[in-house]
Structures are given as C-alpha cells and as structure tokens.
Unconditional design. Structure first.
Length: 316
C-alpha cells in the first residue's frame, strides 16, 4: 500500500492478517482472502462485516456513510483508538521502507508543508458543541465530571465530543464518539494526540500524586467520577513526548489500569519499561469478566482501585 507522509510516497507491504490477529473478532470466519465477522462498530450477533485479508479494504453491510467501508488505516484507527495519521506512522515504523530498489521510491516534496501542527481550537470554535447527550450518564459519568472536562455533543453526527487539552488547558484536538455505533472521528485540523495525554492538564493543575492510567477517555472519566484521578492515552501508543510529559508531571505513583486484554498488557509493559526507576509503578487486577474499568460496578471499581499492588517487575 502507498502512504503519503510529509511529501514522500512510501510503498510498504502491510501484513493485514497479523494486524487483525491482535483483536477479538466475534464469530470470525476467514475464507481464502476474506474474513467475515460481526461488525466491530456496533453490537450484533449476525456477521455483516467483511475485510479483504490481502488489501485491507473492508465493508460493513449494516453501516452507513463513512461507517460503511474503508481501508486498513481507517479500520486500525478505530481498533487502536488512534488518529489515521498516527496509524500511518505506526505502519511506517513497523514495516519500514524497502530501499533495496531506490528507483521505486517516488519522491514528491511539498516545501509548504507545516510539519509541526500547533493549532489550538478556540473556545468560539468549540462552542458549536456546547450540548449534552445522555450517553455518558448511562456509562456512569457524572454531570460534574462532564462539565469539568468540557464534554460536548455534535448534533449533526450525533457524537459525544471529548476535547483534548494540553497541559496549559488549550484545546488541541476533539475526539468524537458516535452515540449510535462504536465509531469515532477527530477534528479535521487538530494536533496529533500522540503528543498529549488526556486529563493530564488536571493532574498538573491539582498536583495529583497518585494517578491511574487507562486507554479510553470514558474509562478516565469514570475513574474521576468515583474520586480517582486518571489520565488516558486514547490508544496504545506511548511516544517519547508522552514519556517526557509523565516524567515532568507531579505524579509519584502511576497505577496501570489499561484494558484487560493483550493490547492492555502490552501498554503496561511499555509504560513500565519507560518509567521504571522514575515513578512508582502499580497496577490493578481485573475480575475475569471485566474488560475495562467501565465494565466494573462503582463498588467493584473502588475495591479494585484501592487494592492496586506494586507491579511485579522482572529486570532479568
């Protein structure tokens, strides 16, 4: 596949089967070059989602608009909870560039490209989302926490708006989560989320020393609702910029509360490796039937969080 990045066209060979193997597919049925499964974008019992295992092109026969078809980048963007640009970087980092035949590398340089995106979304621009949906209340998020985090709602796309703030409180991007499906999308010109951590602004502001690390914004808000300061990475990538933000933060004890699955475990390993010796690393232990903290009842959440233990680290 061709990925165009910063004026360069890169031709990389992505292993579609491997990329899809990291995730749980309900009623998956691979046949030849195609896999049929239940849609990852909504709850269903009859498979209506098909993906080509060679090209990564997919179609959701029960979807509509942008939710009905796409490529491997849009699919991984949802599965990894990252922006399409971050998925492109992930694929380029993983599969690299074959320089054995440089004549095949097409070079198109646009010297007007703004490599560093420092766009800040103004309060005026965000005001168009100054509405509320009952969606997060149903997920156990209090109105007080929603107001503090400036949660909004886009009436046009029927999606909850999660503004991402930098450590100074500026809105650098907006993540939209559909209330009618599991899909999400981002503000068209927002900054890359890999350079920020959701909720870290409040950690700096409140000088919180014991903080829980999760993957999704909803998980972080659920923890805040029950009195546990939390931050979210909004995906699975721990960049060097994020590492520096954590190292400079007031956090003394970081409690790993990522999802109870393979990706969540991988994140715990990465964060531990990055911060060992600089921060106290603790972790929570889920009951077997819970996928993430939002799956826990308030009583179970409080019990699990209060019973967090030092992470067992094997240095050899």
């Amino acid at each position: 596949m061709i990925i165009r990045k910063n004026g360069f066209d890169y031709d990389i060979d992505v292993d579609i089967r491997e990329e899809l193997s990291y995730y749980d597919w309900h009623r998956a049925n691979p046949k030849g070059n195609e896999m049929l499964a239940c849609s990852p974008f909504r709850d269903e019992h009859t498979p209506s989602f098909a993906v080509n295992l060679e090209t990564g092109l997919w179609q959701d026969f029960g979807g509509f608009g942008s939710q009905s078809k796409g490529n491997i980048i849009t699919l991984l963007s949802y599965l990894r909870n990252e922006t399409p640009s971050e998925i492109e970087d992930y694929l380029l980092d993983k599969y690299g560039i074959d320089l054995s035949d440089v004549d095949k590398l097409e070079l198109n340089i646009d010297f007007n490209i703004d490599i560093e995106n420092n766009i800040v979304i103004s309060n005026e621009d965000y005001r168009k989302y100054a509405f509320r949906s009952p969606y997060l209340e149903k997920r156990g998020i209090s109105e007080k926490v929603q107001r503090a985090f400036r949660i909004g709602y886009d009436k046009g796309s029927r999606a909850v708006a999660f503004p991402w703030q930098d450590i100074n409180g500026n809105i650098v991007n907006i993540k939209f989560r559909s209330t009618t499906s599991k899909q999400f999308f981002y503000y068209p010109k927002g900054q890359q989320l890999r350079n920020h951590i959701y909720g870290l602004y409040f950690i700096y502001r409140l000088r919180s020393e014991i903080v829980f690390l999760v993957e999704s914004e909803i998980d972080a808000l659920y923890l805040w609702t029950h009195g546990f300061p939390a931050i979210a990475i909004g995906g699975s990538k721990i960049s060097d910029k994020r590492k520096q933000l954590l190292l400079r933060s007031p956090i003394k004890r970081l409690v790993l509360a990522t999802d109870n699955d393979a990706v969540g475990n991988e994140i715990r390993e990465k964060v531990t490796e990055m911060l060992i010796g600089s921060k106290e690393i603790y972790e929570i232990h889920f009951p077997e039937n819970a996928k993430d903290v939002n799956d826990l009842s308030p009583d179970d959440l409080i019990k699990v969080c209060n019973n967090a233990k030092p992470r067992n680290i094997n240095l050899f």
